[in-house]
Design a protein around this ligand. Structure first.
Ligand SMILES: *[C@@H]1O[C@H](CO)[C@@H](O)[C@H](O)[C@H]1NC(C)=O
Ligand SMILES: *[C@@H]1O[C@H](CO)[C@@H](O)[C@H](O)[C@H]1NC(C)=O
Ligand SMILES: *[C@@H]1O[C@H](CO)[C@@H](O)[C@H](O)[C@H]1NC(C)=O
Length: 568
């Protein structure tokens, strides 16, 4: 057994602004609207067969959403690539970017990054100077986005974005030791981040560095899983295990890695079938919800779904588009003798995204049903998302959702927002912004998928958080007051915390969801509708690295709006 307290929370960051209450606004229905709604409900045809619904937020946000990150002020920073030619949104104040290294435009007066404000549904253009294409990132404990690498003049650059009304990107030119293009970042228990791999990089490094002399360190696993012809191990799936080690999945297998000693702690078996799951065979993966009971997460599980079969990328290059994988592998990474348990999705999917919903379900969304990732190599969009219910019996966990009408192929992205909706954007399977004479033209729209927990019929059961202290300390009690219109079944209350993730290329880096201990101890406090519950904060920075999380009270699998909390 390895040392449980491997890494301690050493770094000290600026505390967030003080805030103790959380009267998050919800739109109240006027009596007239209510009447209209009731009338409409009365006259509407019966509910559609499949759950969930879609809405178009913007026909164009000006850029294709290749990378997305939700920030703790409910804004989403979005960026694609700087050398795509002119985008559909101008830089503010007639600014232009002059870049002799740019491969499309030396003088570019359009933006390739924007900030989307969820509450006002508005867009603000941002200026990124060097190429951020196919990069990675993570939120620091103080809520800034640290984005790492990219292409061309951007491949060694670290960029920091701290959101405010006038804020813009700040770039650190030689922030990285190696070039990082298609690498994966993960936040560490001490607040630094690790950046793993990337094209022709079989190593990792940290940001920030502890000393200027710090070197990158080799990771032979990335050589072992590298396919000479087609790579298949880019954007590895990386998760912080609760013992402080990193679970790293590349191609068709995984290791548990102690990055402080450069030791493989455990080698997991190959996924049955042996098909690759990472770029360009792009499947996706999540660390399944972690239930904390008396300070311990007894079982830690990973789910990997979809991708493209072995050989599919070469076939796609030759005009043959193989059907995507419809299999998922689930493994208890905490088990002494872990084995993959295979499950079958309702349909195959390559370039799908897997997103943890606040009620502990997994949303599988976007992508295609044949071909692979890469320019022009995907076919047959899968428009229907699927929800996976990890706690249901095997064989009945998948539920097909209502379809979108917009294909979301290579370079599409998703992100969960505080009200429980999922933002969906991007799709640019071509070089440049190309809207004509191509299959799946560049997509500038932004949509929202609302899982069925946001249906009007769910509102009587939906908790509304009234108060809670938003700075929460490891292992300490967190008292939450909330309100529910209907009678509450206290056995069906639980409290979850979701880390905001950095999404690109079908993977959400840093994504984790914790089910807090004590959610079932809810009691009524006043009148008919007010309740209180005392839960216990996560035990350590290995279980929940310091930083911002969205906290939800869930009743009958229907989550409240989230409230931002800072774990410290
Ligand atoms: C964006 O596209 C719209 C519609 O095609 C066009 O009217 C507008 O001029 C474009 N804006 C920029 C900055 O390219
Ligand atoms: C879009 O793709 C078509 C077909 O390959 C090509 O003819 C055209 O030049 C491209 N447009 C741009 C703006 O790159
Ligand atoms: C609440 O759940 C814990 C396990 O998480 C269990 O030990 C306890 O008995 C439950 N309490 C109630 C009131 O159901």
């Amino acid at each position: 057994m390895n040392n449980v307290s491997l890494h301690s929370c050493l770094y000290s960051f600026q505390p967030p602004p003080k805030s103790t209450t959380t009267a998050n606004h919800r739109h109240m229905m006027s009596p007239m609207t209510l009447l209209l709604t009731l009338l409409l409900l009365h006259h509407l045809p019966p509910c559609p067969a499949a759950p969930g619904h879609w809405s178009l937020l913007h026909q164009t946000i000006g850029i294709s959403a290749m990378h997305m990150q939700l920030l703790p002020n409910d804004r989403v920073v979005i960026f694609d690539r700087t050398d795509f030619g002119p985008s559909n949104i101008s830089l503010p104040d007639k600014k232009c970017r002059s870049d002799p290294n740019d491969m499309a435009l030396k003088l570019d007066c359009t933006a390739h990054s924007v900030e989307y404000d969820v509450s006002s549904n508005t867009i603000r253009p941002l200026m990124v100077l060097t190429d951020v294409w196919c990069s990675s990132g993570a939120l620091t404990p103080d809520g800034s986005l640290v984005q790492t690498g990219g292409f061309n003049d951007g491949d060694h650059v670290v960029r920091v974005y701290k959101s405010c009304d006038e804020c813009d990107w700040r770039e650190i030119d030689s922030g990285l030791i190696e070039r990082r293009w298609y690498a994966t970042s993960h936040i560490l228990p001490d607040g630094r981040q690790i950046i793993i791999g990337g094209r022709r990089q079989y190593n990792f490094e940290f940001y920030p560095k502890r000393s200027p002399a710090e070197k990158s360190q080799s990771l032979p696993f990335l050589v072992e899983t590298y396919d000479q012809q087609i790579e298949n191990n880019l954007y590895p799936f990386v998760f912080l295990h609760t013992d402080g080690n990193l679970f790293i999945f590349a191609n068709n297998r995984a290791i548990l890695y102690d990055y402080s000693k450069n030791v493989v702690v455990k080698a997991y078996p190959e996924v049955p079938g042996g098909d690759p799951r990472n770029y360009p065979s792009t499947g996706s993966a999540v660390l399944l919800p972690m239930r904390i009971v008396q300070g311990v997460v007894a079982v830690v599980e990973v789910l990997v779904c979809g991708g493209a079969p072995k050989g599919a990328h070469i076939n796609a290059k030759n005009g043959k588009f193989d059907g995507a994988l419809d299999s998922c592998g689930r493994i208890k990474i905490s088990d002494p003798d872990p084995k993959w348990v295979m499950e079958t999705m309702p349909m195959g999917r390559v370039m799908g995204d897997m997103l943890l919903l606040p009620n502990s379900n997994v949303l599988i969304i976007n992508g295609g049903s044949s071909g692979t990732a890469g320019w022009e190599y995907g076919r047959n969009p899968v428009l229907k998302p699927v929800i996976y219910k990890p706690d249901d019996p095997i064989g009945s966990r998948f539920e097909v959702q209502n379809p979108s009408t917009i294909p979301r192929m290579y370079h599409s992205a998703v992100v969960l927002v505080r009200d429980g909706r999922v933002l969906v954007g991007g799709s640019n399977p071509h070089e440049r912004y190309n809207f004509t004479n191509v299959l799946y033209p560049t997509e500038l729209s932004l949509e929202a998928f609302s899982p069925s927990y946001l249906d009007v019929s769910a509102s009587v059961f939906r908790p509304k958080i009234l108060s809670l202290a938003t700075r929460i300390q490891y292992g300490k009690r967190v008292d939450i007051r909330f309100k529910v219109q209907s009678q509450v079944d206290t056995n069906l209350i639980y409290v979850t915390m979701v880390a905001p993730s950095f999404n690109t290329h079908s993977f959400s880096m840093n994504q984790r969801l914790l089910v807090l201990d004590g959610g079932n101890m809810t009691t009524k406090i006043a009148g008919d509708t007010n309740y209180k519950v005392g839960v216990t904060a996560p035990p350590s920075c290995n279980v929940a690295p310091e930083g911002y999380y969205l906290l939800f009270v869930v009743h009958r699998d229907i989550p409240s709006e989230g409230v931002w909390v800072h774990v410290e």
